[in-house]
Design a protein around this ligand. Structure first.
Ligand code: PAF
Length: 280
């Protein structure tokens, strides 16, 4: 497995693979990889001849006062995980390689990005779309892999690929959880032991919502309220949002008819965690 830092080196490698007629999968990440990322890499390895993992903490998707500086980083550990999982290339650029001084073009989406995480992170999806768009242009993969934990991101990327006619298949992969239910996230490392315990309220409250969905509850507000009530039993938790939205357009629903996304963002202490369930 190779680790490269420049766009030119990625292009050269991908060109050589293409000349051999090989397919290419891309797993975009911000590093500090865990079993969630590993499941994406495993799937990419199973479905493509060659796999590129990008490791880049993208400054453009962090707002003022967010955790850009403290975001965990460990390239040696990431490289070992990628190698073991069977990736072929890591693209680990410096910010200046991705955003040279004269950088001035952005990918902005006028639907899907205003609600859920977009409400409190107004510039986040512009940063995500811009960097993912660049990665698509650099790697030109056949397939790209994203986790369902960032469900809004998955929907946004799918829409971007459709709008901008990228001939890339977007593969959404299930949420990977700790044994006790907490969704795997690089940000879980911020939690102290007491907060780690409190963070279980996310998956537990969603399980309550899921149970109601599965037993045929059609009133979205009742499902929402059941989740809110349960989160509010945890003193360390502060709700950012609890939403029941149409999985096709991310618009809030009153009555559940088609596929829905039940998405939550909750602060545990200072750490903002997200989780969700999708009912097709
Ligand atoms: O999901 C992430 O880790 C990031 O948002 C992504 C897709 C790698 C873009 O920086």
């Amino acid at each position: 497995m190779k680790i490269v830092e420049t766009v030119a080196e990625v292009r050269e490698q991908v060109k050589a693979w293409r000349q051999e007629g090989l397919s290419v999968g891309l797993v975009p990440t911000m590093g500090y990889l865990h079993e969630g990322h590993q499941s994406l890499i495993d799937r990419a390895v199973a479905e493509n001849d060659r796999v590129v993992v990008s490791v880049f903490v993208n400054p453009m998707q962090f707002g003022v006062g967010e955790d850009l500086e403290s975001y965990p980083r460990d390239m040696d550990r990431d490289a070992a995980l990628c190698e073991k999982a069977g990736a072929d290339l890591i693209f680990h650029p410096e910010p200046s390689e991705m955003y040279p001084q004269d950088f001035s073009s952005f990918v902005d989406m006028s639907t899907l990005t205003g609600g859920l995480c977009g409400k409190t992170r107004p510039i986040h999806f512009r940063g995500v779309c811009t960097v993912v768009s660049k990665l698509f242009n650099i790697v030109t993969p056949d397939r790209a892999y994203f986790g369902q934990k960032d469900a809004q991101q998955l929907a946004v990327i799918r829409h971007m690929v459709h709008d901008l006619s990228y001939g890339i298949e977007i593969v959404g992969c299930p949420i990977i959880r700790e044994e006790d239910g907490l969704a795997k996230s690089s940000r879980n490392t911020y939690l102290n032991p007491q907060e780690r315990q409190a963070a279980l309220i996310l998956s537990q409250s969603l399980a309550e919502g899921k149970k109601r969905l599965e037993t045929g509850e059609k009133n979205a507000d009742k499902i929402r309220q059941a989740i809110v009530d349960q989160i509010e039993t945890e003193p360390l938790a502060k709700i950012d949002y609890v939403e029941v939205v149409d999985w096709n357009n991310l618009e809030p629903v009153q009555t559940i008819q088609g596929p829905v996304l039940v998405a939550i963002a909750v602060y545990i202490g200072k750490t903002r965690l997200i989780d969700n369930v999708i009912q097709q």
